[in-house]
Design a binder for this molecule. Structure first.
Ligand SMILES: *Cc1c(COP(=O)(O)O)cnc(C)c1O
Length: 385
C-alpha cells in the first residue's frame, strides 16, 4: 500500500509560476518588489503596524528580542513545550531562558506558571502557539501588564489559527511566523516578524539587513547618497524567490487550513471511543492551525512500539514536539512536569492538506490496532519489576 507521510507541503503550479516571474524580473535577492509586496500583504491580513519578511522564525525571534531591548543576564520566560527556538533566541543574547510549564489539555504555556516565575530580572515572556493552537493571551497579557513585561507570540506553527476571533501572530505587541516546509504555509524556509508598533518593525528590518536599508531601493534613488552603517546587523533577509512563493501560499491558506481541519475533525470522530488515547482539545474561544496532529497515549501504551508498527505499515509518525527544560543545552533547575509528561506520551500522526478520507481511515485503523497490541497493563505496587 502507498506510504502515508507525516507531513507534505502543498506547493504546486501557482507557486512555480510566481517563481518564474521573479527570475524574469532579474531581482532574486531580498527586500525587492516581491518582498515588499509580501510585507504589504501581511500588514493587510494581520492589521499590524509593520511586517518584516525574514529568512526564518528563529531569526525573527532573535531580532524581536534585540528590538525589545533584551540585555545579557535578563530573564525571559519561555513556553517549555514546543520547538525550542524561543530558548535558543534568548541565549543568542546571553540572556536567561526560564522555562514555564504548560496546560495539560492544550500544551500551551500556563499563565499561572508564568506568574510564579517572575523575578526582578524578568523582562518578558515568549508564548508559543504549540503546534498551531494559540495560548491564553488575555491572561498572559494581564500578568505582563501588571509587571511591565513584553509578550512575544511565537506563532511559528499557527498561521491561520484564531483566538477570540483575532488572527494568531498578531495577538501581542510582537509576533513571529514560520514558513518552514513543515508549517501550514511554506516557502521551504522563511519567516516574518509582525509588530504592532511601526518603530519596532523598522528597527527589526534594519537589524535583519546588516543595519542598512534595502539595496534594491538604493539602486533607484536620484543622485548618489552614500549610506553609512550605524549598528551591527545580521543578514536575515527573505529572498524575493521565497517571498513570491509565500504570496501565493498566503492566498491559499484558508483553503489549505480548511482541508487540515476536515482531517482533524475526522480523526476526532473516528478515535473518540478509543480509551487508550486522547484526541487534541481545542477550547471554544480559539481555532487550531493543525501544524501537527498529536494524540496523547495512555501511560500504559509503549509509544516506541506503536511508532515502529505504524512505520512498518508505511504510516509516518513522530514523537510530537520538545520539552525545552530537559534538553542538555537548556537544562534548568526547576522542573516542568506537565511538559515532560506530554513529551513522553504525545504521538504525531499524519497531518497535511492532501490526506484523503481513505488514508485517514487507514491511519486510524492502524493506530487503534497498534495501541491495543502495545498496551501493557499497569503493574501493581510491589509486583515483579
Ligand atoms: C518551527 C518553529 C520555529 C522555527 O521556525 P523556523 O522558521 O524553522 O526558524 C520556532 N518556534 C516554533 C514554536 C516552531 O514550531
Amino acid at each position: 500500500m502507498d506510504p502515508i507521510p507525516l507531513v507534505h507541503a502543498s506547493l504546486g503550479e501557482q507557486e512555480l509560476a510566481a517563481v518564474a516571474e521573479v527570475f524574469a524580473s532579474g531581482w532574486p535577492a531580498g527586500q525587492g518588489p516581491k518582498g515588499k509586496a509580501l510585507e504589504a500583504q501581511l500588514v493587510a491580513r494581520y492589521g499590524v503596524g509593520d511586517a518584516v519578511a525574514m529568512c526564518n522564525a528563529g531569526a525573527a525571534l532573535h531580532v524581536a528580542l534585540l528590538a525589545l531591548g533584551v540585555k545579557p543576564g535578563d530573564e525571559v520566560i519561555v513556553a517549555d513545550y514546543g520547538f525550542p527556538a524561543p530558548a535558543h533566541a534568548v541565549r543568542y543574547l546571553d540572556a536567561v531562558p526560564v522555562c514555564a510549564d504548560v496546560r495539560a489539555d492544550t500544551g500551551t504555556i500556563d499563565p499561572q506558571a508564568v506568574a510564579d516565575l517572575i523575578t526582578p530580572r524578568t523582562v518578558g515572556v515568549i508564548a508559543v502557539d504549540t503546534v498551531g493552537i494559540p495560548a491564553d493571551y488575555v491572561e498572559l497579557q494581564a500578568i505582563a501588564d501588571r509587571h511591565g513585561l513584553f509578550v512575544i507570540e511565537d506563532a511559528a506553527c499557527a498561521v491561520g489559527a484564531k483566538y477570540q476571533g483575532r488572527e494568531a501572530g498578531a495577538l501581542t505587541e510582537v509576533g513571529v511566523l514560520s514558513f518552514h516546509g513543515r508549517k501550514g504555509a511554506s516557502s521551504g524556509e522563511g519567516g516574518a516578524l509582525l509588530a504592532a508598533d511601526p518603530k519596532i518593525g523598522a528597527d527589526a528590518r534594519l537589524r535583519s539587513s546588516f543595519g542598512i536599508g534595502s539595496i534594491f531601493d538604493m539602486g533607484k534613488v536620484v543622485g548618489l547618497p552614500i549610506p553609512e552603517f550605524t549598528q551591527i546587523g545580521y543578514n536575515y533577509k527573505l529572498s524575493d524567490i521565497a517571498a513570491a512563493i509565500l504570496q501565493v501560499q498566503l492566498g491559499r491558506i484558508d483553503e489549505l487550513l480548511a482541508r487540515r481541519d476536515a482531517v482533524a475533525t475526522r480523526y476526532a470522530e473516528l478515535l473518540a471511543d478509543e480509551e487508550l488515547l486522547t484526541v487534541p482539545y481545542v477550547p471554544q474561544d480559539r481555532t487550531h492551525a493543525w501544524q501537527t496532529y498529536m494524540v496523547t497515549l495512555d501511560a500504559s501504551v509503549d509509544r516506541a512500539a506503536v511508532a515502529t508498527e505504524l512505520r512498518g505499515k508505511g504510516i509516518g509518525c513522530g514523537h510530537g514536539t520538545f520539552a525545552a527544560h530537559i534538553q542538555p543545552v537548556f537544562e534548568s533547575k526547576h522542573k516542568c512536569p506537565v511538559s515532560a509528561d506530554l513529551h513522553q506520551r504525545h504521538l504525531a500522526i499524519p497531518m497535511h492538506a492532501e490526506l484523503s478520507t481513505n488514508q485517514v481511515e487507514r491511519v486510524v485503523d492502524a493506530l487503534r490496532s497498534a495501541v491495543r497490541t502495545h498496551s501493557v497493563p499497569t503493574r501493581t505496587l510491589g509486583g515483579a519489576a
